[in-house]
Design a protein around this ligand. Structure first.
Ligand SMILES: [Ca+2]
Ligand SMILES: [Ca+2]
Ligand SMILES: [Ca+2]
Ligand SMILES: [Ca+2]
Length: 483
């Protein structure tokens, strides 16, 4: 009966037996039984605690290192975190772990801990090679064996170098940009390495034309000379260290080398094409100068000023790229001009000459009728007048020629043209004129195209009508008969 009860989970059972060897069974703890009268196959008395039957404990499985990998090297001067797996326990017991750095120049241990990582911070700054392993313990204090041994090293830290790019041809370029027309450049700066293992200083350049290297000095006070640079270039330097060849770049210089002078164009009265300028201007001339800067590659510094002078006078400087002025006096004029860009490139002096004549010539004068007819007097002897005149004068461009009118209109204009080189003689009506009053009028033109005003030069009067009475009659116009 008691066997059945026990096997079915009765918690406590006592049985008394009347046999020769009554005894007592009792449980005094997990896994331990006191058993009296063991030879008896029928116990006299028992005490049983079901579930407290002896269950053997198993030690944990042995953990394995996980990270960092074996023979890891720490570069920052500090110990790495050491990690391992949780290998589990055959009984499912919770585990704790004990890692240790051992057999090294300096040692350390984690103590028993729950986590599976441990950073041996006491090793920071101690630059040796170490070995480590780990073991586990279950909640019943059973321990695994030690894991395999892994290794790591803590290296002295190696920081990158530093570099400063201080000057370019002595200019500290606080804006990061230099405009210049210099082609040869010496760059200077300093560099250092925290570990004192500074390597080379490297010139870096990209752009229109980086020229060629003409000198280079590495070291804490480095320098670099580059010749025949041109255009826009991005310049900086890179410091290297040893042995890891860590690299640090300096600040950049936007170097713009403009070698091209501006080009200035001139217009007269808004006409820039000299082929369309007149030989002579007959009014004041508006002179305009406009300069455009030329570039070298992508470098164009811009026009700073235009300089000019008129007729050999004092040079004038005008900031910016435009100049305008008026020339109003007669004569031949010369404008010399050039422009400068912002880095001092100077255009070759250009020169333009033009002429102004806005003064009319003197009108025709000195008119003579070659038969002796007197201006304004009636006469009947000559009805085919021939006139001569004196040359007009023109102080500026010279006399080009004349125009004459001959007719009955006292205000008549535009009849016959004579060039200055033609004979100054005119017989306006070779067939003769009828009775009447005729006016010779004329004007003079100069080579610039200026005309004098029309003027009446001669009044020719002819009366070919016979008188009605030879003694008494008189001409209607009042001319006396010559008997
Ligand atoms: Ca266990
Ligand atoms: Ca270094
Ligand atoms: Ca330029
Ligand atoms: Ca003139």
């Amino acid at each position: 009966m008691h066997d059945v009860l026990w096997q079915h989970g009765a918690r406590y059972i006592i049985k008394l037996d009347s046999g020769e060897s009554s005894g007592l069974y009792y449980n005094d703890g997990p896994g331990h039984y006191l058993y009296l009268q063991p030879k008896r196959n029928v116990a006299n008395a028992w005490v049983v605690k079901p579930g407290n039957r002896q269950i053997p404990n198993h030690p944990p499985n042995t953990p394995s290192p996980q990270s960092p990998h074996d023979w890891y090297e720490s570069q920052d001067g500090k110990a790495p975190a050491l990690c391992w797996n949780n290998p589990g326990d055959p009984d499912g017991d919770p585990l704790r772990f004990y890692a240790e750095v051992y057999g090294s120049a300096v040692n350390a241990n984690s103590g028993w801990q729950n986590g599976t990582c441990w950073r041996p911070g006491s090793l920071d700054g101690q630059y040796y090679t170490y070995q480590w392993h780990v073991k586990a313990k279950d909640s019943k204090d059973a321990e695994s064996g030690w894991s395999t041994t892994w290794h790591f090293s803590i290296k002295a830290p190696d920081n990158p170098p530093s570099i400063s790019f201080d000057t370019a041809n002595g200019n500290s370029f606080p804006s990061g940009r230099i405009d210049s027309r210099d082609r040869n450049w010496t760059f200077r700066g300093t560099a250092s390495d925290p570990e004192g293992r500074l390597g080379r200083i490297e010139f870096r350049c990209s752009g229109d034309n980086c020229g060629y290297q003409a000198g280079h000095t590495d070291g804490g006070n480095w320098s670099h000379t580059q010749n025949d640079m041109a255009g826009q270039n991005d310049v900086y330097f890179v410091a290297h260290d040893n042995p890891k060849d860590q690299q640090t770049a300096s600040r950049h210089l936007d170097l713009r080398i403009d070698l091209a002078a501006p080009v200035t164009t001139l217009s007269l009265n808004n006409e820039a094409n000299p082929d369309r300028w007149p030989a002579w201007f007959t009014s004041a001339v508006a002179v305009r100068l406009h300069a455009d800067d030329s570039n070298t590659g992508r470098a164009r510094s811009g026009v700073s000023q235009v300089r000019y002078r008129l007729d050999g006078g004092a040079w004038q400087a005008q900031g910016g790229s435009d100049v305008a002025f008026t020339v109003s006096s007669d004569g031949t004029h010369t404008v010399e001009y050039y422009a400068l860009d912002n880095v001092g490139n100077q255009e070759s002096t250009r020169s333009v000459t033009f002429k102004i004549d806005q003064t009319p010539p003197s009108p025709p004068g000195g008119v003579v009728e070659t038969h002796g007819v007197v201006s304004g007097q009636w006469q009947k002897a000559h009805n085919t007048p021939t006139f001569t005149w004196a040359a007009s004068s023109d102080a500026i461009s010279g006399v080009w020629g004349y125009q004459f009118y001959f007719g009955t209109d006292p205000n008549g204009v535009a009849y016959q043209t004579f060039l200055a080189s033609d004979p100054r003689q005119w017989t306006p009506q070779p067939g003769g004129v009828r009775t009447g009053t005729y006016y010779l009028r004329g004007r003079t033109r100069d080579n610039a195209g200026n005309w004098s005003n029309w003027v009446t030069l001669f009044t020719f009067r002819y009366d070919g009508t016979p008188p009605e009475n030879p003694k008494e009659a008189s001409h209607a116009a009042g001319i006396a008969n010559d008997t």
